[in-house]
Design a protein around this ligand. Sequence first.
Ligand code: PEP
Length: 256
Amino acid sequence: MTRTPLIAGNWKMNKTHLEAQALVEDLNDALTDHDFDAVDVAVLPPFVDIRTVQTVLDAAKSSIGLGAQDISQHESGAYTGEVSAAMLKALNVTFAAIGHSERRQYHGEDEAITNAKVKAALGAGITPILCVGEPLEERRAGKHVEYTLAQLEGGLSGLSAAEAKQVVVAYEPVWAIGTGEVATPEDAQEVCGAIRDTLASLFDTDTAQAVRVLYGGSVKSSNVADIMAKDDIDGALVGGASLKADEFAALAGNAA
Ligand code: PEP
C-alpha cells in the first residue's frame, strides 16, 4: 500500500487576511510540480483568512490543499463563535485539524468533543486530521504510548473502517510543539508505529495501511527527511516553519 505523504502547515493565530494572501501566493510560486507529484501540501489558515486563501488558490489553479484549524461538532444554530463543517465545505476546505493540543489545553477539548468533531468533518466530506500526543509528564513517566493511543481510540470511537480510512492522524508530542525540541525519528516512529498497530486492531489491516500518520513538533526543512524516512511516518503537521513561504516550500521539497 502506498500512502501519499501529506505536509500540512498550521498557521495557528498568525496572519491577517492580507498577510495570508501574500504568504499563499509566495508558497504557490515556490512549490514545483515535482513537489506536488510526490507529496500533498496543505495550509490551515485562521478562519477569517480562509476565503482569501481559497480565492488565491482557485485563481492560480493551485494544487495546495486548504484546511481549517478546527471545526464545530454542531451542524448549525445557536453556537456563537463556531464555524460549521458545511460552511467550510462551501469554501473548498478539504482538511480540518481536530483536537490540536492547544485546543485540548486552552479550550478543554476532550475525547467526546474530538470524536464529535471527527464525525462532523466526515459527514461533510472533510478529512479530519486528528491530533494526538502526550505532555512532558506522560513521556517522563514512560506512559506516552498508552496516553496517545487512548486519545486515538476516543477520537475514532464509533467509526466504521471505511470512515476511519479517510482520517489522517497527527502524532504531536506536546513537549515538541513550538519548543524547537523535536522528537528523534526513533521516538516518533515508536508512537506512529503503535498508532498503526492500534488502527489494525480497532479496524483491520487494510485500514491501518491506508491511514496517513503524520508527525508534528518542531519540524523544519532540515529535519523532515530523517523523520519521514521512518516506516510509519507519512508526512508532517508543521507550525512555525509553515509561516515562511521559502522554508515551508523547502520543507515540502525535502519531504518529496
Ligand atoms: C503544530 O502547531 O501543530 C506544530 C507542530 O507546531 P511547531 O511546528 O511550531 O512545533
